[in-house]
Design a protein around this ligand. Structure first.
Ligand SMILES: NC(=O)c1ccc[n+]([C@@H]2O[C@H](COP(=O)([O-])OP(=O)(O)OC[C@H]3O[C@@H](n4cnc5c(N)ncnc54)[C@H](O)[C@@H]3O)[C@@H](O)[C@H]2O)c1
Length: 248
């Protein structure tokens, strides 16, 4: 596989532990970016400890200037960004009545406007070089109705942003895809949800973050060059069946 420079936002999070590990194992250079610089440095160190190459950066994806600064720092470190994985995200467990404008907009700001800003910032260089990959970490919460509307709306928006951008990026060599994970083994998932997995998810298991990393690695490979605008479910079948049904 051709080694690429892969910029991952939210790189200090639970899912990115698996994403960073798999990408590094495939020989890619990791640019680990997170709001929490110390945690991004720990993530990069974890990659280096197993023989990978990684650099750490701070970024707030809700702030265009912060993205610009990170871009400059990444360019200093490795020269160019070939792949962006938009994994930074927040889950605000508020129901409709608990939200105000600011809390709803905050979720959209991190989960939807953030990836938009990242894509706008990094695709021109990819287009110029004739090759690039955007991987957006969406969610099954963007595919079905979901109890927390800001998260659901932001992820549905991210998935449809993904589909729509294939038109903008037509013929450029840059593909854009979304991964929609189900219940992944990270701190974001509460115990009550984990407990229900064997009853509600046909594979009866919580997903390992490395499974998401494996798919991201495949999407970067040449074998995936015709996968574009896809919303790829990794949910153990959770969203695929008729819910008013008790398993046999
Ligand atoms: N855990 C799951 O089961 C699950 C399922 C589906 C989708 N997802 C999505 O996967 C992604 C990763 O989730 P996770 O479980 O690792 O969550 P996590 O909370 O462990 O990690 C999220 C990371 O994003 C960073 N972050 C938050 N706001 C940021 C900002 N403004 N700028 C830059 N970084 C910021 C945090 O510091 C954190 O390190 C998220 O987009 C989440 O919505 C998670």
């Amino acid at each position: 596989m051709t080694p690429r420079n892969v910029l991952v936002t939210g790189a200090a999070g639970g899912m990115c532990g698996g994403i960073n590990a798999r990408l590094a194992r495939a020989g890619h250079t990791l640019l680990c970016a997170d709001l929490n610089l110390a945690a991004a440095e720990t993530a990069a160190e974890t990659v280096r400890a197993v023989g990978g190459t990684a650099h750490a950066f701070t970024v707030d994806v809700t702030d265009a200037e912060s993205i610009r600064d990170m871009d400059a720092a990444a360019e200093d470190a490795v020269g160019r960004v070939d792949v962006v994985v938009n994994a930074a995200g927040i889950l605000d467990r508020k129901y409709l009545v608990d939200h105000d404008d600011a809390s709803f907009e905050r979720a959209l700001g991190v989960n939807l406007v953030g990836p938009f800003r990242m894509i706008q910032r990094f695709t021109p260089g990819m287009v110029e070089r004739g090759w690039g990959r955007i991987i957006n970490i969406s969610s099954i919460a963007g595919v079905t109705g979901y109890p927390y509307p800001s998260y659901a709306a932001s992820k549905a928006g991210l998935s449809n942003l993904t589909r729509s951008l294939v038109i903008d990026l037509w013929g450029t060599g840059v593909t854009v895809n979304a991964i929609c994970p189900g219940v992944v083994d990270t701190p974001m998932v509460i115990e009550d949800v984990r407990r229900q997995v064997p009853r509600k998810v046909p594979t009866e298991r919580v997903i390992d973050p490395e499974e998401i990393g494996a798919l991201a690695t495949f999407l970067i490979s040449d074998d995936a060059r015709s996968i574009n605008g896809a919303d790829l479910l990794v949910d153990g079948g959770a969203t695929g069946y008729f819910q008013l049904f008790d398993r046999p």
